[in-house]
Design a binder for this molecule. Structure first.
Ligand SMILES: *[C@@H]1O[C@H](CO)[C@@H](O)[C@H](O)[C@H]1NC(C)=O
Ligand SMILES: *[C@@H]1O[C@H](CO)[C@@H](O)[C@H](O)[C@H]1NC(C)=O
Ligand SMILES: *[C@@H]1O[C@H](CO)[C@@H](O)[C@H](O)[C@H]1NC(C)=O
Ligand SMILES: *[C@@H]1O[C@H](CO)[C@@H](O)[C@H](O)[C@H]1NC(C)=O
Ligand SMILES: *[C@@H]1O[C@H](CO)[C@@H](O)[C@H](O)[C@H]1NC(C)=O
Ligand SMILES: *[C@@H]1O[C@H](CO)[C@@H](O)[C@H](O)[C@H]1NC(C)=O
Ligand SMILES: *[C@@H]1O[C@H](CO)[C@@H](O)[C@H](O)[C@H]1NC(C)=O
Ligand SMILES: *[C@@H]1O[C@H](CO)[C@@H](O)[C@H](O)[C@H]1NC(C)=O
Ligand SMILES: [Zn+2]
Length: 523
């Protein structure tokens, strides 16, 4: 089992400031009191949500100091306490996105009708290697994380596969730190041209031994997609050893079984002896997870990241993910193709799961007598379960005394979308949108306030730089030939592939013969 840990690493970690609180919190008011709102709190004893109406939430430094019901006496407040009236509004935990690739922002709208096979050859980490400069990676990652903050996503597990050189790796990390979002930045080891894995191991070591994380909300993780079916056992071992040596905050992998062949299954981790690890392991997608894999996740308390929109858009699908929601969190994945809004993911997941479970009954010519999934469950997946997936359930994804002050204030008082609500969880999951997000705090600091990101540069220099970068890099991607999709799928590694390609029937929005599929607008 994977419990061999080095005491000296702990000391080393502390020295680098990996486990210190946010330094930026010291420049903000010592305390913030949100008064008069509806608070979606979490009861640590019952492990259930508890709605506090007309309550108060006190933030001190980077933590929630207390949550108080109407009329409860508050602790003595310092003179520097800022009071924020949230009458009629809803306070929820920030969303936790457990799978995303922040660097891809500048490719937005290029992949609106892409398939997974096309994605690999045109837009993936392999296709982008050598195209994006360190500056492109920096601005894409930074703008992408601001998009997350704007959407109330306070924590992101970034499967950072922009590691095409020492410089692009460091650029994406720097952007993550500068974003002020809580980022589990997972350095990706992969065989990209011109940057071999041995060099990546050295680069990772360099990054891990620098003190650049001090005072930031970013921590260092590892991503790798070749734990399964990899004949190069030494490569796998060297990555595992590095994860252990530096006690990384997370290990993550793309796990897409079935015909796709990118297994990285819980069974593979079990065989390597690393599934029972004190380091959280997040299995992204986990499409075609087996029943045995699911039991292994439960036994070892590891989580999957369901990315509902991605799995539908590309077709990896999620035929069995509903069966493992007790070990599941939610993610976004390639936000070049859709939004970074985890609320939309939660809503999609809720409704697609309902449809699937209704179909089981209807297909037997019976009428469903109940509704199979609740808004409450969708809310938990998007918040608390993300915290649990990262093994930070005591402080992330919940509103409770002692938890991180990562929270969202929803304008449930005046938004036309929310008029008439009584259940705040249903209001968010089924009626609200990003437009209703008034304030976002990370580590007790306003990162969005009064509907605007608080970094003024976002609206000037950052947007300008992203637009310029996008205009430059998109030329390369647009001019790439479409892949020839015929014969058989090559698979993704040893023993996979060999399945025949077959066209998917396209729909037609025009009556009669002809092609109503439409065009894409790249010029
Ligand atoms: C590893 O880091 C986690 C927090 O990310 C901490 O709880 C744990 O004690 C650390 N383990 C060691 C051996 O340092
Ligand atoms: C949590 O729930 C328990 C059991 O219902 C209750 O006694 C306790 O007061 C609750 N805690 C908070 C902080 O509300
Ligand atoms: C909310 O609670 C405060 C006391 O904490 C009270 O003064 C106020 O009237 C309450 N408002 C509503 C709408 O119940
Ligand atoms: C990248 O960093 C590694 C580790 O420090 C170093 O060995 C390697 O030479 C660097 N590569 C380049 C191109 O600078
Ligand atoms: C395929 O993977 C297995 C298990 O990892 C390994 O034993 C075998 O040598 C590999 N075969 C090839 C052709 O790489
Ligand atoms: C990466 O490339 C090396 C050298 O060609 C090879 O030994 C290794 O198996 C490759 N790893 C993967 C995951 O493809
Ligand atoms: C995981 O390891 C711990 C000891 O570190 C042990 O107590 C536990 O039973 C193991 N769990 C499984 C599923 O092997
Ligand atoms: C996307 O649409 C364009 C224009 O209709 C078409 O050329 C392209 O083949 C489509 N891509 C896929 C993967 O269907
Ligand atoms: Zn992904």
């Amino acid at each position: 089992m994977w419990t061999r840990q080095l005491l000296k690493v702990t000391l080393f970690w502390a020295r680098l400031g990996f486990i210190s609180a946010s330094a930026s919190a010291s420049t903000s008011p010592s305390s913030i009191l949100f008064e008069g709102g509806t608070i979606i709190a979490f009861n640590r004893t019952t492990e259930a949500l508890e709605v506090i109406r007309n309550g108060s939430l006190l933030v001190t430094g980077d933590r929630i100091a207390g949550i108080f019901s109407a009329g409860a006496s508050l602790p003595p407040l310092s003179a520097r306490t800022e009071r924020v009236d949230v009458t009629g509004k809803i306070i929820s935990p920030g969303f936790v996105d457990t799978h995303r690739h922040g660097w891809q922002t500048g490719l937005k709208t290029l992949a609106s009708n892409t398939s997974l096979v096309e994605y690999y050859s045109r837009y993936s980490e392999y296709a982008a290697a050598g195209v994006l400069t360190p500056d492109d990676v920096y601005i894409g990652q930074l703008a992408g994380l601001y998009e997350s903050l704007n959407a109330g996503v306070t924590t992101t597990l970034d499967h950072a596969h922009h590691t095409w050189s020492n410089a692009t790796a460091e650029a994406g990390l720097r952007a993550s730190i500068h974003s002020t979002a809580r980022v589990f930045w997972a350095y990706t080891f992969h065989n990209v041209s011109g940057f071999e894995i041995p060099e990546q191991l050295g680069n990772f070591r360099d990054i891990a031994t620098k003190a650049s994380f001090r005072g930031s909300a970013t921590s260092l993780g590892i991503a790798y997609d070749d734990f399964g079916r990899n004949p190069n056992a030494a490569e796998v071992r060297s990555i595992i050893d590095l994860a252990e040596e530096f006690n990384v905050s997370v290990i993550t992998t793309h796990s897409v079984q079935g015909l796709w062949g990118l297994d990285n299954a819980p069974e593979d981790f079990e065989a390597l002896g690393i599934l029972n690890s004190s380091i959280p392991i997040v299995f992204s997608h986990a499409s075609y997870l087996t029943p045995v894999g699911a039991q292994l996740l439960r036994a070892n308390n590891q989580y999957i990241s369901i990315t509902p929109e991605s799995e539908m858009h590309y077709g990896h699908t999620h035929p069995e993910s509903r069966l493992i929601q007790d070990q599941a969190s939610l993610g976004v994945d390639t936000h070049l193709t859709f939004s970074t809004d985890l609320l939309t993911q939660a809503r999609l997941w809720l409704q697609v799961t309902r449809r699937q479970l209704y179909a089981h009954v209807l297909n037997d010519w019976r009428v469903p007598a109940n509704n199979p999934m609740s808004a409450y469950q969708a809310f938990m997946l998007a918040t608390r379960h993300g915290g649990l997936a990262l093994r930070r359930g005591h402080e992330l994804g919940i509103l409770a005394a002692g938890a991180k002050a990562d929270l969202v204030v929803w304008d449930a008082a005046t938004s036309p979308a929310l008029l008439g609500w009584i259940d705040p969880v249903a209001a968010i999951i089924l009626h609200a949108s990003v437009a209703d997000i008034e304030h976002v705090l990370v580590d007790g600091v306003f990162r969005k306030r009064d509907f605007r990101l608080t970094n003024p540069e976002y609206y000037t220099a950052i947007q300008d730089r992203l637009r310029a970068s996008a205009a430059r890099i998109r030329k390369v991607f647009v001019d790439r030939p479409l892949p020839v999709v015929s014969g058989t799928y090559g698979g993704t590694g040893n023993g996979t592939g060999g399945f025949e390609y077959s066209p998917a029937l396209t729909v037609d929005t025009l009556r009669g013969p002809g092609n109503g599929y439409g065009d894409v607008f790249w010029t």
